[in-house]
Structure formats: structure tokens, C-alpha cells
Design a binder for this molecule. Sequence first.
Ligand code: HEC
Ligand code: HEC
Ligand code: HEC
Ligand code: HEC
Length: 214
Amino acid sequence: MLARLAAFAVLLLALPSVAADYLGPTACRSCHLEAYETWSKGPHARAYSSLTPDERGNAACLACHAPDRARGGSSGVTCETCHGAGQYYAPVYVMRDSELARATGLQVPDAKSCARCHDQNSPSLAPFDAGTKMHAIDHWSAEKKARADAAGKSASHRRQRSSRAAAPREAKHTTSQARAGSSASPVRHPAAALARGQVASAGPQALSGGAAAR
Ligand code: HEC
Ligand code: HEC
Ligand code: HEC
Ligand code: HEC
């Protein structure tokens, strides 16, 4: 009870969002190793490194490729882009209390939240298929399984540490091929949309509060 009140006080102090709210993905890794490993090999981890140095200075691109950066968060589409800035929910006693975690900023988004960035401005020709795409970034099934296994073995605080090397920041991706393939128009989407003045309105809003309130 005291912990809840203390956390609530912290919550009040925490608003509005400031730079210090973001911990960065390695902070989550210490407890969510499986989720981290999957994410770090996936498309979102390289969303910033996919951009050329010029593009990294373009706020219109960062709106989807590094949305937390302007507020002091990490580059790319990270844990905290989708789950909310972690400073107040990451302490383990908060994390274990689902309700409290949500009250202190944790969001567990659903497939609808993807539209924030996967909209008509993204390069994909096919419409966003939530089922397939959710499967492609699944970092929760292994996590849930690991958690269930750990719960079976011990109820004590699971703090996982990996001796494996940190995730490669410059993960191999198709961007260079894509660029090489058509130098006249390296990216079909926002660059073109930008010229038509459409990108500004396409920037993501905070993952709609609906997810947080679940
Ligand atoms: C100190 C360890 C620790 C850290 C650091 C941590 N978590 Fe957690 N997290 C947990 C525990 C423990 C649970 C609850 C597991 C359970 O219910 O059995 C949890 C649960 C979650 C859940 C599921 C919550 C729910 O109620 O459905 C999400 C999502 C999550 N964490 C994301 C994150 C993110 C993102 C970060 C980094 C900003 C992070 N966590 C940092 C330990 C941690
Ligand atoms: C509205 C959100 C949004 C904005 C704004 C945006 N992007 Fe993207 N971008 C995406 C999404 C989503 C993908 C990946 C999904 C896909 O292929 O449709 C992507 C993919 C890319 C890729 C990888 C393409 C590949 O084949 O590997 C590059 C490069 C890229 N964007 C560059 C840019 C540049 C440059 C800008 C700014 C002019 C920009 N993006 C602005 C959402 C956005
Ligand atoms: C592109 C958005 C996105 C990013 C980036 C992301 N997640 Fe998630 N995460 C989700 C979604 C969506 C779910 C819910 C899946 C479901 O259960 O339907 C989820 C589920 C989870 C869960 C399981 C929650 C539960 O119900 O048990 C954990 C833990 C988690 N994420 C941690 C992380 C960590 C740690 C990172 C960074 C290493 C991360 N996520 C990055 C979107 C994201
Ligand atoms: C904050 C913006 C943002 C959000 C929210 C987001 N994505 Fe992405 N996503 C991107 C960007 C940017 C890329 C391109 C990364 C690159 O290659 O540079 C991408 C790439 C992908 C890709 C690989 C390309 C493709 O289209 O197959 C998948 C799969 C994907 N995202 C799934 C999801 C799912 C599922 C969700 C919702 C749970 C989601 N994303 C939410 C920005 C976002």
C-alpha cells in the first residue's frame, strides 16, 4: 500500500514527460532478455541506422524512425516508443504490479497502434497486415514462456544477465541494396510525401492513451 502511494506521488511528479523519463532499451534488457534479443535483431532496432546521415537530421523522418529522440530517448523504434518511457514503471516492484505499472506509464499496445507509423506514407506497397506483421516482431511469446518457466522454478526476483555481446547496432539490412537499386528515388515513401507536403501531418501522436488504459 505504501509502495503504491509512493509510486503515485512519483507519478504526479513525473508529468509532463521530460528527457529523464527514458531509460533506453538496455535497461529493459536486464529483465526482459528474450524480448530484447528479438527486438535487437528486428526492423525497429535499426530504424535509425537505416537512414543516411542527412536523413538523421530530418525531423520528418525521425517522427517514425526515431520518435523518442527529440525528447531525450534513444534512436530507432525502441521498447519505450511502444511501451512508454520507463523510468517510473521499470523498478521491479512496480513491474510486478500490472495496474501500478500502467498507472506509471507502461503501455501494452495492440496491433491498432502500429498504424501510428505504418500508414499510407510507409514504403510498403501492400496494406499493413496486422496478423503477419505482429508475428514478424513477436518478442512476447518467448518472453511469456521464459517467465512461466521461471515462475515454476522460483518466485524470486529474476534478474537475467547475458554474457553474450550487446546487439549489433548496425544490423544488416536491405537499405543499401534498396538505395543502390534506384538511386533516383531511394525511398518511395516519405521523401515523396514530403515534397507533397504530407509528412508533417503523418507524424505519430503518442501511442493513443487507449492502450495505456486497458
Ligand atoms: C528490474 C526488472 C525489470 C526491468 C528493468 C523492466 N521490467 Fe518489465 N517486467 C518485469 C517483471 C518482473 C514483470 C512482470 C512479470 C510477471 O507478471 O510475471 C514485467 C512486466 C512487463 C510487461 C508486461 C506487463 C503487463 O502487465 O502485461 C511489459 C510490457 C514490460 N515489463 C516492459 C518493460 C520495458 C519496456 C522495460 C524497460 C523500459 C522494462 N519492462 C523493464 C521486470 C522488469
Ligand atoms: C509515417 C511514418 C514514417 C515516416 C514519416 C518515414 N518513414 Fe521510413 N519507414 C516507415 C515504415 C513503417 C517503414 C517500414 C515498413 C515498410 O516497408 O513499409 C519505413 C522504411 C524506411 C526505410 C527502409 C526501406 C527498406 O527497404 O529497407 C528507409 C530507408 C526509410 N524508411 C527512410 C525514410 C526517410 C528518408 C524518411 C524521411 C524523408 C522516412 N523514412 C520517413 C515509416 C516512416
Ligand atoms: C513496435 C512496438 C514495440 C516495440 C518496439 C517493443 N514492443 Fe514489446 N510489445 C509490443 C506489443 C504490440 C506487445 C503485445 C503483444 C501481445 O501480447 O499481443 C508487446 C509485448 C511485450 C511484452 C509482454 C507483455 C505481456 O503481456 O506479457 C514484453 C515483456 C515486452 N513487450 C517488452 C519489450 C521490450 C523489453 C522491448 C525492447 C527490447 C519491446 N517490448 C519493444 C510492442 C512493442
Ligand atoms: C514509431 C513508429 C513505429 C511504430 C509504432 C511501429 N513501427 Fe514497425 N516500423 C517502423 C519503421 C520506421 C520501420 C522500418 C525500419 C527500417 O528498416 O529502417 C518499421 C518496420 C517494421 C517491420 C518490417 C518491415 C515490414 O513492413 O515488414 C515490421 C514487420 C513492423 N515494423 C511491424 C510493426 C508492428 C506489428 C507494429 C505495431 C505493434 C509496429 N511495427 C509499430 C516504425 C514503427
